[in-house]
Design a protein around this ligand. Structure first.
Ligand SMILES: [Zn+2]
Length: 274
């Protein structure tokens, strides 16, 4: 980085910090809280913090509509409020939003998007297929969301699912370099003395929970038993398990604590929930 680019970046950052925080009109904010029960259930002071975070988020991010969708203020506020939920207890809102500073764009499509995928099997044969996506987080790149899913998140919260939290949980996870199911852990995390020890502690709890979940999903699929409460998509990879658990943690915490008693204390510590 050159000296000039350093000062230019610093000036830009200061200018953004000094700029007045955009205002979310009270009726719009109230409408957002009422639409999503997990936001409505927050304490008043938490809703106030979430509103500040959401306003700053809207100042820094750019929304784009896909397939002719016009992203309204109500849509942008709904996405901002859910995206900022994980940042709620991370102190200074400017610093907390630093977790999302590796991207600017949020692309919102009316519904699921078909993504072209390609896999090569063991015999070397290439298979092409289309996968419907309701959300996607790209490393250092934009977030894609289906508005149909975002809008329905008030109802789907009963099942512990939330597409916005899912994609932004991937963003947190990616800050450690790759999305592997372990976000960067702060020094002293749960009393550990080094980043390595914190990492080891995380995996000592997380790995058996993931293995157990995969086993339960496989048993349900093979033998037709009752599937686990958590979205079975979590069994596709450790990174997906982390994102799926975060969804449940933020929109249906009580049930999440019953289903995943070993993981919730780690998430409480990571998200600094009082
Ligand atoms: Zn995912």
């Amino acid at each position: 980085m050159t000296v000039l680019s350093f000062w230019t970046r610093l000036w830009r950052r200061l200018r953004i910090r000094m700029a007045p925080v955009p205002h979310i009109p009270p009726p719009l904010w109230l409408q957002t809280l009422q639409h999503y029960p997990f936001l409505n259930a927050l304490a008043l002071h938490e809703q106030g913090k979430l509103r500040t975070l959401s306003a700053l988020f809207l100042q820094h991010k750019q929304f784009h509509g896909g397939h002719g969708l016009v992203v309204t203020d109500a849509m942008a506020v709904a996405i901002a409020a859910q995206a900022c939920l994980p940042l709620l207890h991370w102190g200074n809102p400017h610093q907390a939003l630093g977790w999302y500073d590796d991207f600017v764009g949020i692309v919102v499509h009316p519904g699921a998007v078909l993504a072209r995928r390609q896999v090569t099997d063991e015999a070397g044969v290439v298979h092409q297929y289309a996968e419907p996506l309701v959300g996607e987080a790209m490393e250092r790149g934009p977030i894609m969301l289906s508005w149909h899913e975002v809008q329905g998140a008030g109802h789907s919260a009963a099942q512990g699912t939330n597409v916005v939290v899912h994609e932004f949980a991937h963003k947190l996870d990616m800050r450690s370099g790759t999305a592997d199911g372990c976000p960067p852990l702060p020094a002293g995390f749960m009393g550990t003395r080094s980043a390595r020890a914190a990492h080891a502690l995380w995996w000592a709890v997380w790995e058996p929970a993931y293995a157990d979940f995969c086993e339960r999903v496989a048993m349900a699929q093979r033998f037709g038993g009752a599937p686990p409460w958590l979205d079975a998509y979590g069994a596709t990879a450790p990174a997906e398990f982390f994102a799926v658990v975060c969804e449940a943690y933020f929109v249906q915490r009580a049930q999440c604590a019953l289903e995943l008693p070993t993981l919730v204390p780690l998430l409480d510590a990571f998200f600094q929930r009082p």
